[in-house]
Design a protein around this ligand. Sequence first.
Ligand code: ADP
Length: 230
Amino acid sequence: MTLPVIDMREVSRRYDDGPPALHEVSLTVRRGEAVAIVGPSGSGKSTLLNLIAGLDRPDTGTVSVDGVRVDRLGEAGAALYRRSRIGMVFQFFHLLDDLTVLDNVALPARLAGAARGRAERRAAELLELLGIGRHGGAYPGRLSGGERQRVAVARALMNRPALLLADEPTGALDTAAGQEVSRLLSDLHAEGQTVVVVTHDLALARSCTDRTVRIADGRIAEDVRSGAAR
Ligand code: ADP
């Protein structure tokens, strides 16, 4: 048995005096799975995502990702973990507007110490693979929302992450662009990439994942495998 990519055990997190944002949540995601985390606003999805990304720590319980005890990392360790083990995609892309598309994509490798030529070659390959090779020299501001999200996905894949973590990746896109991004995630999953998508968008959840975990009031209310990602 290989190690799961995500292994969360009895994780609880509460903010101040509020009710628990997460209550004894246990979640295992195996290598190659594509999982949608769904649930109403305030149910605890962002809290879960932040714990997986090492942006926050649980009050109790453990969080392991790709064999790393994320809940034990300090700030520098968490930054290194995020750079090397996971790739993140956000609703509003978070691209750097004064870098070219190619440089945006190459950046995670450069930050990890890769030589410029090598980083740029892989960035160009990824852009090609994602169907936006011709935009490498452009600045993100010139691209459509769908194209920007492809750039963000390319950047997230730059350091060959064990886990691709997407937070409402279609939230800022029109229907057609959203479907394209959904197809892209689905293709990556088909190629073996482990993917976790946090979303309100049930169509996205259905179309690009094979398992849906529904969170309600800080607990896992439902965990369903569809077995039909495509
Ligand atoms: P979701 O992403 O599903 O909308 P969240 O994880 O953001 O849910 O929130 C879960 C609960 O935790 C909510 O009740 C929310 O108000 C609370 N919460 C989230 N972040 C904070 C914070 N930084 N400070 C205080 N309460 C928070």
